[in-house]
Design a protein around this ligand. Structure first.
Ligand code: URA
Length: 219
């Protein structure tokens, strides 16, 4: 009986120690997240803050293994302050569903935290002003794998500029000492392409998603 009691006490102490550690890590994560949020809210490094309705920081699971990085908030995201909640967001949800995931299973953010008026492509100056926040998000979430959506996101995350999407496709990169990065098309590319081009993009995206799931599961 004493033996059973002792092992029960040991098990409880083990749980208590690990639970405390878990709470400490969670508190640390939340503290850094709050700080990051307030730094983004106060940012005036480029002119976009003056036209943005809302800053769009990130959504989903801060402890996720998978991080998705888009380009910049669109009109709906700007209105609501949440990434990927417009038409591209619906497509993204479909993409995640294809590999059995939902938006809550991953962490989602953009390179730019403010909407460029008329959804213009991000300029170099805007990207350079904002990249520090994306780097802090990557450090905070520590994902095992990042999926970049579109050419701008790939170039920002990989710090490797190319006008050609093929430079980024079908490769597995590594950043920050071990975080894998794979790139696919932006969900808007599926929405707005037509005919044979649309088919090719869909096939590429499907294969990238399967690869993403595989990498996240293997690590
Ligand atoms: N497109 C993006 O790149 N990000 C969003 O949040 C919405 C649309």
């Amino acid at each position: 009986m004493d033996k059973v009691l002792n092992s029960l006490i040991n098990a409880l102490q083990f749980e208590k120690k690990h639970f405390r550690k878990y709470i400490a890590v969670t508190e640390e994560l939340e503290k850094e997240d709050t700080l990051l949020e307030s730094d983004i809210m106060n940012c005036r490094k480029c002119s976009l803050y003056s036209t943005a309705v809302n800053k769009v920081i990130g959504s989903g699971n801060l402890s996720a293994n998978i991080m998705l990085v888009g380009e910049a908030p669109g009109e709906e995201e700007d209105k609501r302050g949440v990434p990927f909640v417009g038409r591209a967001g619906e497509k993204l949800e479909e993409m995640l569903k294809y590999i059995g995931l939902s938006k809550n299973d991953v962490y989602i953010c953009n390179v730019l935290k403010c909407r460029p008026p008329h959804n213009a492509d991000p300029t170099r100056e805007q990207e350079e002003s904002c990249i520090v926040f994306l780097k802090r998000q990557i450090k905070l979430v520590k994902p095992k794998v990042i999926l970049t959506l579109g050419r701008h996101a790939a170039s920002a995350v990989l710090d490797k500029e190319s006008k050609n999407m093929y430079e980024y496709l079908n490769k597995v990169f590594e950043i920050d000492g071990g975080i894998k990065v794979i790139s696919t098309y932006h969900p808007a590319a599926i929405l707005y392409s037509k005919g044979e081009a649309k088919n090719k993009i869909r096939i590429q995206v499907a294969s990238d998603l399967v690869k993403l799931k595989g990498i996240a599961g293997e690590l």
